[in-house]
Design a binder for this molecule. Structure first.
Ligand SMILES: Nc1ncnc2c1ncn2[C@@H]1O[C@H](COP(=O)(O)OP(=O)(O)O)[C@@H](O)[C@H]1O
Ligand SMILES: [Mg+2]
Length: 364
């Protein structure tokens, strides 16, 4: 694919790396996988494929990534749970692209997801003219996954009502999907390589429980927010640079500002500053993904409307927008954070922290 896309799928974006890994792969492979578990690990956690450098894509818990790969090679599904913005979707895309060559075979869970969307539906024009036949069938990602022996991803599964989620149970326990309308031809047996990766946010509003019966079909892995501020800063910088490149915004990313934002997010998420002062945690989710978006918004605004230099006033305004969208009390918590942590650091280290503290008037 030569053209530009806003967000090409992982297998397109990293096609060169996947090809290099496949060429150098000597590891044992589960049936129908594109890469061995070892090569999948390298794709996600970084390393070498022959002479080609493979950069790390997921930071944090390496053992978790290995466990995910092993789960997917087995007969139980993989369920990634955690707070929003902890890279559950990213990890499931990376796993699918590396193991199956496809990351887009996906059902997005919503309150309106129906059983048809999970199993199959019909092209009604063809159904009326030809009757129930294979041609008239519209397969779901689950059915496609079973027939091709690839993964089906189920994003935000707990947004879907529990009784709809439960339509996965029979497929996951028997690896069979029956389409009664097709008579004898209606029995679809899953090919090796098929599995399901689900993701679920633990802190979102409007989530449904999962039934015990469905839970037992999955291995659960909890993805935690990044614990290391420096790592979070690196991710913010790397993501912002990628987004700026894609958006043709040619301004240098201010690493001091990225650090200041990483520290702000980290301390508000933990409820404690680096010096040990307790701060009130906002009710809003303080995720790395949100930090990236606040940072990029600021760069982009400075680029189009300003002189290109990252404007800390804009950063603070964007921070207010991101943190205080659901809860008015969060604004007070942000103000308190500026009065204590930001002011103290402005006095101690000066520099960007001083400029940051001077934007406190914009917290409204
Ligand atoms: N541990 C991590 N490693 C790498 N990037 C991360 C990590 N945690 C968060 N991110 C960043 O956050 C973004 C959002 O992740 P996403 O997969 O949409 O989160 P989720 O599905 O958990 O809500 C990622 O694309 C990445 O830029
Ligand atoms: Mg997600």
């Amino acid at each position: 694919m030569e053209q530009n896309y806003i967000k090409p799928p992982v297998e397109v974006r990293y096609a060169d790396q996947l090809a290099a890994l496949a060429a150098a792969d000597t590891g044992k492979k589960p049936e129908n996988w594109r890469l061995s578990p070892k090569a999948v690990r390298t794709f996600i956690l970084g390393g070498k494929a022959g002479d080609v450098d493979i950069p790390r894509k997921f930071y944090g818990n390496d053992a978790l990534v290995e466990r995910c790969i092993i789960t997917l090679a087995g007969s139980r599904g993989l369920m990634l749970v955690g707070e929003p913005g902890t890279a559950k979707t990213m990890l499931s895309e990376l796993l699918s692209a590396a193991c199956c060559g496809v990351s887009t075979n996906t059902v997005q869970g919503t309150a309106g997801t129906t059983e048809d969307m999970i199993k199959y539906s019909w092209n009604y024009a063809l159904l009326l003219s030809k009757g129930p036949c294979r041609e008239a069938l519209v397969p779901s990602p689950l059915l496609v996954g079973m027939e091709k022996g690839i993964f089906a991803r189920f994003e935000e599964i707990t947004r879907t009502p529990a009784e709809i989620q439960d339509s996965l149970i029979s497929v996951m326990s028997d690896q069979i999907l029956n389409i009664p309308e097709l008579g004898d031809e209606g029995l679809v047996l899953a090919k090796p390589g098929f599995n399901i990766i689900g993701t679920a946010n633990t802190r979102d509003k409007g989530v449904n429980e999962m039934s015990g019966a469905l839970k037992r079909r999955f291995n659960f892995e909890t993805v935690m927010p990044i614990a290391d501020v420096h790592l979070e800063k690196e991710i913010i910088i790397r993501e912002a640079e990628d987004m700026a490149k894609a958006g043709h915004i040619d301004c240098p990313v201010d690493t001091d500002v990225a650090e200041l934002l990483a520290v702000t997010y980290h301390e508000l998420r933990e409820g404690k500053t680096a010096e040990g002062t307790i701060v009130d945690k906002p009710a809003a989710v303080m995720s790395t993904a949100e930090a990236v978006s606040v940072f990029y918004q600021t760069i982009s605004h400075s680029w189009y409307f300003g002189g290109g230099k990252t404007d800390l006033g804009l950063l603070t305004e964007n921070l207010v927008g991101a943190v205080c969208k659901e809860n008015k009390d969060d604004l007070e918590k942000l103000k308190a954070y500026f009065r204590t942590a930001v002011n103290a650091r402005a006095k101690k280290v000066g520099g960007v922290w001083k400029a940051y503290s001077e934007t406190a008037g914009l917290l409204r």
